[in-house]
Design a protein. Structure first.
Length: 258
C-alpha cells in the first residue's frame, strides 16, 4: 500500500504513531506523534484529520516509521477483548498485593516474577504474542507504580524515565536468569506505554526456532542432608492460556510444530 493511500484510511491511523501532517489553512508541514484522531469516517481523501504533539491539527500526508510495539488504540482494544492466545494481562511484575496490604509495606514475590517468565516462555514455544503488565483480569488499568516502589532507590520525585529503565532491566534479568538461553534476547522487546495517565509494560514476544525451557531450583532432603538441584519446565499456550506439559510430551509437540 502506498504511503499516500495508507494515510487516507482510518484503519492505518492510531494514537501514538509518528506522522507527517499538512495544516489546512497554511499548507505548512509538521511531524509528530498523534495525540487525537479527529475523523470519524473510515476514509478521507485529503488524509485522516488528526492532532499531533504541540496541538497542531491537520491531515495526515504520510505515516512515518513507527517502532512502537503496540499503539495505545490497539492496546485498549486488546484489553477490552480480554486475554487471548496471543495476549495476556498481569497486575504486576513482582508486587504482591495481598502481602503488601497485610503488612502495610510494598512486598515483592518471586513467584509472581517467575509466572511472567513462564508466560514469556509459553509464547516463545508457540506463536508469540504480547504480555501487558499493569492491568488486572477485570481490565482495570493499575499501572506500574507499585512495582516502581519496590526499587531500592525509589522516590516519588525521581525521574519517571529512570524508574521505567530500571524496571525494563529487572525484567530482562529475570528472563536471563530463568530461561538461560542467549537466543531469547532476539525474541522479545519491552516498551512502557502511558494509558489513562498510568504506565503499563508491554513485552512483545516472537516465536522461537528452538525449545525454550524455564529453569527452576528445587530444594529437598536426602540421607539426612539438605540438597538442591535444577529442573527444567516446559510451557506452551493454547486458547485457554498457558499450559505446562511434561518433557516427553513437549518433545513430541515440538517435533510436530509447524
Amino acid at each position: 500500500m502506498e504511503a499516500e493511500s495508507a494515510a487516507k484510511m482510518l484503519d492505518n491511523i492510531s494514537e501514538g504513531i509518528e506522522v507527517k501532517i499538512e495544516r489546512k489553512r497554511t499548507g505548512k508541514i509538521f511531524e509528530g506523534k498523534i495525540i487525537e484522531i479527529l475523523d470519524d469516517e473510515p476514509f478521507n481523501e485529503e488524509g485522516i484529520a488528526v492532532k499531533i504533539e504541540g496541538n497542531f491539527s491537520g491531515n495526515v500526508k504520510e505515516i512515518l516509521k513507527n517502532d512502537e510495539i503496540i499503539s495505545v488504540q490497539e492496546l485498549r482494544q486488546k484489553i477490552e477483548n480480554h486475554e487471548a492466545k496471543d495476549f495476556e494481562m498481569k497486575s504486576s511484575f513482582k508486587y504482591d498485593v495481598n502481602i503488601s496490604n497485610h503488612t502495610g509495606t510494598p512486598t515483592a514475590n518471586e513467584v509472581l516474577k517467575r509466572r511472567i517468565v513462564e508466560e514469556v516462555a509459553s509464547f516463545m514455544n508457540t506463536d508469540g504474542g504480547i504480555i501487558c503488565i499493569g492491568v488486572d483480569n477485570e481490565k482495570n488499568i493499575l499501572g506500574l507504580e507499585n512495582d516502581y516502589k519496590l526499587q531500592s532507590d525509589y522516590s516519588p520525585e525521581r525521574d519517571n524515565s529512570l524508574l521505567q529503565d530500571k524496571l525494563r532491566l529487572e525484567i530482562q534479568q529475570a528472563l536471563k536468569d530463568y530461561l538461560d538461553n542467549e537466543i531469547i534476547f532476539t525474541l522479545f522487546e519491552i516498551e512502557i506505554i502511558s494509558i489513562n495517565e498510568k504506565d503499563v509494560c508491554c513485552i512483545k514476544i516472537k516465536k522461537s526456532s528452538e525449545p525454550i525451557f524455564v529453569k527452576m531450583k528445587i530444594s529437598f532432603r536426602l540421607d539426612g542432608r539438605d540438597r538442591s538441584d535444577k529442573i527444567w519446565k516446559c510451557w506452551v499456550r493454547s486458547d485457554n492460556g498457558i499450559r505446562e506439559i511434561q518433557f516427553d510430551s513437549f518433545l513430541k509437540y515440538w517435533v510436530s510444530r509447524e
